[in-house]
Write a protein that binds this ligand. Sequence first.
Ligand code: NAD
Length: 421
Amino acid sequence: MLDVNDKINPLDVALRQVDIASEKLKLDPGLVERTKLTKRELTVHFPVKMDDGSIKVFTGFRVQHNVTRGPAKGGIRYHPDVDLDEVRALAMWMTWKAAVVNIPFGGAKGGVECDPKSLSLRELENMTRRFTWEIAMMIGPDQDIPAPDVYTNPQVMAWIMDTYSTLKGYSVHGVVTGKPLQLGGSLGRLEATGKGVFITGQEAARHLNIQLEGARVAIQGCGNVGGIAAQYFDKAGAKVIGISDSKGGIYNKNGLNVSEVLNCKKRYSCFIPEELRGGDTITNSELLELECDILVPCALENQITNRNASKIKTKIIVEGANGPTTTEADEIIHDRGFFIVPDILANAGGVTVSYFEWVQNLQELLWSEEEISERLTRILTRSFSEVLNISQKEKVNMRTAALMLGIERVAEATRLRGIYP
Ligand code: NAD
């Protein structure tokens, strides 16, 4: 049992998940060992000129977990808590995620330990450009393709693409995904992850015979993933009763006015006083314990732990965030009969449309929004049903089923390629 002061290492959670799924798959111990270790890791310490003339040294990471099925793929995070183990865990989840939706990518992740909210735009650009230069030896359209993650966005991707292109001497659109449309970004990429969370949540509701119309939805985090997911649930007639950001959240049992709440957040960078937003303030822990039908964590890792898992009152958990649930909490939730759509399936819409963006960049094609939406929906509904089938056939929860699917696809690719020399 965890103590209140224990910090949970996301890598421990990711490794434990591999153990559980590999045991079910009866995977060769050598393959399990390979699966648990990352392929390549780079730690960089680099200086950045700040606005006041001082020099600040930042620490950043790029980790490639596995490239057996294709080039490494994964976001870049700017956050004070970024460390090597977190990046390793996130890279590993990217490998399984790409395999679950069966797209030809491996897994990677990157991050810089920083507080992006305290940086000016110029400092953010300087930091991004220097970090790109530092990791340029690892990235590239055929090697490793970054994308946005927590506190990075299309503008950051544009700076990465420009810096990398300057180094090469020509424009390399395919080096990142999640770019602005004007620089080879794809229609539908910005909303892809949140939309995927909605699509897989809808599939879960359908499976459990829960009507989305009127269903109560609570969402932790209202950035790219949570904010977009909130809009899709709202559009489908569900009641978004609670939503939060890093400072706390708001709640209205009759349903919030989602567009008003998100507009307030955009204008004021926080949720503004109660009278203007039609709800009561709640903390992030209270949000997770709201009585609802669908709970959607879309912020950071380790939000649902053995400390709060027994207090959760929902029917479905759709993990927009990566690693929001610890292994111990998983067991409690499973025993209590809640249905989980695990992160490597629920938030796979992002990497799926990133793949579409990369394909369009390499072939210099432009797909329509309808084409992208239709392909995304097809891939996610097929993957949901594949994971559900394994879960029913093998009598395991949805997380283990998704991991079994992902890990087995990577293992099979490894067997086919063989071991060099
Ligand atoms: P974002 O920067 O757009 O938004 C992050 C949100 O989390 C913000 O609303 C922020 O206020 C909130 N937040 C930060 N710290 C918090 C805390 N301690 N408690 C509660 N809320 C907190 O980031 P995002 O892209 O929406 O990513 C959110 C999650 O989704 C992450 O786990 C990320 O790895 C995962 N994810 C993102 C994508 C993508 O395409 N952006 C794809 C797959 C998975």
